[in-house]
Design a protein around this ligand. Structure first.
Ligand SMILES: *[C@@H]1O[C@H](CO)[C@@H](O)[C@H](O)[C@H]1NC(C)=O
Length: 312
């Protein structure tokens, strides 16, 4: 995937763009535990609806902690005084619900395999059979938790931001750092990893202490703000529980384009399309529907702000 250099630069510099990049950042429904695995790395951009930092900006693959920005931007023309970023949690495991659906699909493929011996009409082993043989190693406890790659996402992001805005992240500004997170475990863990990255920036080589013992920690938990979709009455009554407002989402999910995709998937896996329709389609179509549903998009993020302003 190639990007116009202009976009690349903007995401590296402007806070608003950093926010957008952060919102679009890392989610892996199929979490990658080994970031250097070439097969996993080449497949990862196709999972989930959130683009990973390294896929947006391939320069990160060779220098994940090095700041990079357009030399022409900000050069002697303006001074950053405040940075506000909305940061999505790092790479995580699938949720328990997603794992359940994966098992269902896996079971469907295994049942199909034992029916016809795993051989396609041409006699060769097909994709469905290969997937049925894949060891489904996700366990219930994983339930959307942050993986090690997710911690690394956050540590490296903190290091890049701190190096990119040295004046904002100066020691004298310690007391001005504010980190707000939702209570979701993956967000709390992301906040902790982010703070560990900052600690690394200020104390290179020293092992980070507990987040509670850091000068700029711990983060403030504020679900009313960060999970507004669970608390905002207007949103709940006028959108979330309003079939009229969500009419187009349903129309999209059950429309002819989606049915075509389902048919193609069913044909590739050689299973009856009706078997996919029974609840599983929801899973297969999740990527598409979450593009429509803002609620899923804003699932959880943490907010972080630092200010250099001298006002009390
Ligand atoms: C539900 O959504 C429709 C369409 O957006 C809107 O006109 C209506 O006022 C909403 N209903 C409620 C109870 O908010």
């Amino acid at each position: 995937m190639r990007r116009a250099p202009g976009c690349l630069l903007r995401t590296s510099v402007a806070p608003a763009a950093a926010l957008a990049a952060a919102l679009l950042s890392s989610l892996a429904r199929c979490s990658v535990l080994e970031p250097r695995d070439p097969v996993a790395s080449s497949l990862s951009p196709y999972f989930g609806t959130k683009t990973r930092y390294e896929d947006v900006n391939p320069v990160l693959l060779s220098g994940p902690e090095a700041p990079w920005r357009d030399p022409e931007l900000l050069e002697g023309t303006c001074t950053p005084v405040q940075l506000v970023a909305l940061i999505r949690h790092g790479t995580r495991y699938p949720t328990a619900k997603q794992i359940r659906k994966l098992r269902q699909l896996h079971g469907l493929l295994q049942a199909r395999g034992s029916r016809d011996g795993g051989a396609s009409s041409t006699g060769s082993r097909d994709l469905g059979a290969a997937l049925a043989d894949w060891p489904l190693w996700y366990a219930d406890w994983m339930d959307g938790q942050l993986v090690e790659k997710g911690r690394q996402d956050m540590r490296q992001l903190a290091l890049r931001l701190a190096s990119l805005f040295p004046a904002l992240f100066s020691r004298e500004n310690y007391g001005r750092l504010r980190l707000i997170t939702s209570s979701k475990h993956r967000c709390m863990d992301s906040s902790a990893a982010f703070l560990q990255g900052l600690w690394q920036h200020y104390h290179p080589g020293l092992p980070p202490p507990d987040v509670a013992d850091m000068e700029f920690g711990p983060p403030t938990v504020n679900d009313k703000l960060m999970r507004f979709f669970d608390h905002c009455k207007k949103f709940l009554t006028e959108v979330e529980k309003n079939a009229t407002a969500l009419y187009h989402v349903e129309a999209f999910k059950t429309g002819p384009e989606m049915q075509n995709i389902l048919k193609k998937v069913a044909a590739t896996l050689q299973v009856p399309v009706n078997d996919l329709n029974a609840g599983l389609s929801q899973f297969l179509l999740q990527s598409s529907s979450s593009l429509v549903m803002q609620r899923l998009f804003f699932h959880c993020f943490l907010s972080w702000a630092t200010s250099k302003t001298r006002n009390p």
